[in-house]
Write a protein that binds this ligand. Structure first.
Ligand code: FAD
Ligand code: NAI
Length: 327
C-alpha cells in the first residue's frame, strides 16, 4: 500500500512529526482524545479568559528549534515574554532577573499547535484504545468500538504511560516505554477583580507546596480583565494530594500563594483546578524517538528527551526522520 501514516496525539510532538511528514509528501491522519489540539500546551477557555494551565513558557536552545520559533514568531503565534521574575526560598521573596529568552504562544499557548495543525486531517474526541496488526498494515480501534485504517505506519505521540498501553504489538518498544515514569502536577488558576499590588509576574518557588506561579496578564496579547494567576504545585505535593477534591487543592495552593506573596490577598472571584496526571518525566532520557522500523511502529514525545516543549518538538522531528529513512 502507499504510505498512510496514523499519528496518535496532537500535542507539539505529534504535530512536529505531522508537519515534517506532510512536507515530505506523505499522507497522514491525526487522532486525539481531546476536543482540540495542544495536549499539555493547550489553553483552557474560562469566564476569566483563556488560561495556560500546562506549559507556561519555553526556551529554545537547539538551532533547529530556534528556527521553528522564529518562523512562528513571524507568523504571529509566538512572542517573547519578559516577566519580572522572582525567587521564593524559605518564604523569602527576591527579584531574580536573568538574560534567558522565554517564549509564549500568543494570544494563548494553544495558538502554536493550532497554527501547526492548519488543515491537516484530524479526528478529535477519538481515544485510541488498541493498535492492531493485520497482515502488513495497521488498524486503530477507538473507545467507541470503531476501527480506523488501514495504515502503513503508526506514530504514538502520547505521554509514556498512555503510549505504553498502545504498544502491545511491539514488545521491544513496550519495554523501553515501560521504563519511563511520569510525575503529576496540580495546576490552579485564581482570578482577582482588582489587580494584586505586586510587581511579581513569574516566580520559581522552593520550600513550598508551590513550584511556580505566573501572572497571566504579563504575557503578550492576553486580555486585561480579571487579574488571573496560574499556580503549579510541586510533583511531590501533587503526588501526596493526588486525589484531593479540587476545592481543597484550590484552598491549599491559594493559602501557599497568600503566604508567599507580600501583598494584600483578597478572595479570588474566579478559581479553577486541573490535575495533569502525566505532566513531566520523572527523569531525563536521551531516546530521541522510539522505532520498530520493520513493524512500522514509532513513538515520540517530550519524555524521549528533555520533558520540555523543545524536547517534544525535537522528538517529533526525530521520529519523522527515522520513518522517512525506512520508506
Ligand atoms: P502532549 O502535549 O501530552 O500531547 C499528547 C496528546 O496525545 C494529547 O493531546 C492527548 O490528548 C493525546 N492522547 C493521549 N493518549 C491518547 C489516545 N489513547 N488516543 C488519542 N489521543 C491520545 N514545558 C516547557 O518547556 N516549559 C514549561 O514551562 C512547561 N511547563 C509545564 C507545566 C505543566 C503543568 C505541564 C503539565 C507541562 C509543562 N511543560 C513545560 C511540559 C510541556 O508542556 C510538554 O513537554 C509538551 O507540551 C509535551 O508535548 P507532547 O506532544 O510530547 O505531549
Ligand atoms: P528555564 O531556563 O527558565 O528554567 C529552568 C530552571 O532553572 C527553572 O525551573 C528554575 O529552577 C531555574 N531558573 C531559571 N531561571 C531562573 C531565575 N531567573 N531565577 C531562579 N531560578 C531560575 O526554562 P527551561 O529550561 O526551558 O525549563 C522549563 C520550565 O518548565 C522549568 O521551569 C520546568 O520546571 C518547567 N516544567 C514544568 C512542568 C510541570 O509539570 N510543572 C513540566 C515540564 C517543565
Amino acid at each position: 500500500m502507499t504510505a498512510m501514516i496514523a499519528i496518535i496525539g496532537t500535542g507539539i510532538a505529534g504535530l512536529s512529526a505531522a508537519q515534517a511528514l506532510h512536507a515530505a509528501g506523505l499522507n497522514i491522519q491525526l487522532f486525539d482524545k481531546s476536543r482540540g489540539s495542544g495536549g499539555r500546551m493547550s489553553s483552557r477557555r474560562s469566564e476569566a479568559g483563556a488560561l495556560d494551565l500546562g506549559a507556561q513558557y519555553f526556551t529554545a536552545r537547539d538551532r533547529r528549534f530556534v528556527a521553528a520559533v522564529q518562523h512562528w514568531q513571524n507568523l504571529g503565534c509566538v512572542a517573547e515574554w519578559n516577566p519580572q521574575l522572582y525567587n521564593a526560598h524559605a518564604g523569602q521573596l527576591s527579584p531574580s532577573p536573568d538574560e534567558q529568552t522565554r517564549w509564549v504562544g500568543t494570544p494563548r499557548m494553544s495558538s502554536i499547535t493550532r497554527q501547526m495543525l492548519g488543515d491537516l486531517p484530524v479526528k478529535f474526541s477519538c481515544r485510541i484504545t488498541e493498535v492492531l496488526r493485520e497482515d502488513r498494515h495497521w488498524r486503530l480501534q477507538d473507545d467507541q468500538g470503531e476501527q480506523h485504517g488501514p495504515f502503513s505506519h503508526v506514530i504514538i505521540a502520547a505521554p509514556a504511560p498512555q503510549a505504553s498501553a498502545l504498544l502491545a504489538a511491539a514488545p521491544k518498544l513496550a519495554n523501553a516505554v515501560a521504563g519511563v515514569k511520569m510525575d503529576p502536577t496540580w495546576a490552579v488558576a485564581l482570578g482577582f477583580d482588582s489587580p494584586l499590588a505586586t510587581p511579581l509576574e513569574g516566580c520559581f518557588v522552593k520550600d513550598s507546596p508551590l513550584d511556580w506561579l505566573a501572572r497571566n496578564r504579563s504575557k503578550p496579547g492576553r486580555e486585561h480583565g480579571v487579574d488571573t494567576w496560574v499556580l503549579h504545585a510541586t510533583s511531590a505535593w501533587t503526588k501526596e494530594h493526588l486525589d484531593l477534591p479540587k476545592e481543597a487543592v484550590i484552598e491549599q495552593l491559594h493559602g501557599a500563594f497568600a503566604e508567599l506573596i507580600n501583598c494584600a490577598m483578597p478572595e479570588p472571584s474566579f478559581t479553577l483546578a486541573h490535575r495533569w496526571l502525566f505532566a513531566r518525566p520523572a527523569s531525563a532520557h536521551q531516546l530521541g524517538a522510539l522505532a520498530d522500523a520493520d513493524l512500522g511502529l514509532y513513538a515520540c514525545g517530550d519524555w524521549c528527551l528533555s520533558g520540555r516543549v523543545e524536547g517534544a518538538w525535537l522528538s517529533g522531528q526525530d521520529v519523522a526522520r527515522r520513518l522517512l529513512e525506512h520508506l
